[in-house]
Design a protein around this ligand. Structure first.
Ligand SMILES: [Zn+2]
Length: 248
């Protein structure tokens, strides 16, 4: 259930038995010549909504901007600084905590968000030890990585990956855009890099990927694997919460 499509009495009644909120977070950044700019937030959003349906849990509105500074030399990309991102996450979590939410499970679609999210969690928990926070970055789940390896091997790459492009084509079939086969460069040099340096090193935006291998059918399989894997982790997160929180 999406919190945006409920009303306050509904949320109040949810909070009588459950204190968990699923929070999708991603980015708005280039994903190579044929990947959707919204890939990272669209995938996180769809996964959060699917897991929310599976487990009858509330889902927050998607945090669609992330730490994407290195992509800013490509049109259509926008970024929050790490400092702003930490503040946004902190203020969203503490606002919802005033309503009675105590458990926040972030479903993340963007690698550039991970360090800022971890910093935000540390910052929040320093003041609010009554809260619990968890992060699942869908493409890093071993279950997903195993399948991506089987499908794409090394050609999955690190940005605009075959896996994420496949999942968006499953979710948005009309977005399928062919691309000539070929693995994008991956010079394995310094990281992070600034926007112009990124475009110099990775001229079409991809990092080491060959999204000509992407298909919506593979995306469906990867999506369902991620949905189950995240659901398992949400259940575990709640089970380890002690008797009072069992079930949500
Ligand atoms: Zn991405």
């Amino acid at each position: 259930m999406e919190i945006a499509k409920t009303n306050w009495p509904w949320v109040e009644s949810y909070l009588r038995t459950k204190a968990i909120l699923l929070v999708p977070i991603g980015s708005t950044e280039q994903h190579g010549p044929n990947g959707l700019i919204g890939t990272d937030h669209l995938v996180a959003e769809s996964l959060a909504r699917a897991v929310g349906e599976d487990l009858s849990l509330l889902v927050a509105p998607t945090l669609a901007f992330g730490m994407s500074n290195h992509h800013l030399a490509f049109p259509g990309s926008a970024s929050l600084s790490p400092e702003t991102m930490i503040r946004v996450v902190r203020e969203v979590v503490t606002s919802f905590s005033r309503n009675g939410f105590r458990r926040f499970f972030f479903i993340n679609g963007h690698g550039g968000n991970v360090s800022s999210l971890q910093a935000a969690f540390a910052d929040i928990l320093a003041d609010r030890p009554d809260l619990r926070l968890q992060l699942a970055s869908w493409w890093l789940l071993p279950e997903v990585q195993e399948k991506e390896k089987e499908y794409f091997g090394k050609e999955n790459g690190f940005h605009a990956t075959c896996g994420e492009v496949s999942v968006t084509w499953h979710l948005y079939p009309g977005a399928e855009t062919p691309i000539a086969p070929g693995v994008a460069p991956d010079p394995e040099t310094e990281w992070p890099v600034g926007p112009e340096r990124y475009r110099f090193l990775y001229p079409d935006g991809r990092m080491g990927s060959n999204p000509a291998l992407a298909t919506g059918e593979k995306g469906k399989v990867l999506f369902e694997i991620a949905r189950k894997a995240i659901g398992d982790r949400v259940r575990k997160f709640l089970q380890l919460d002690g008797a009072t929180m069992t079930g949500g």
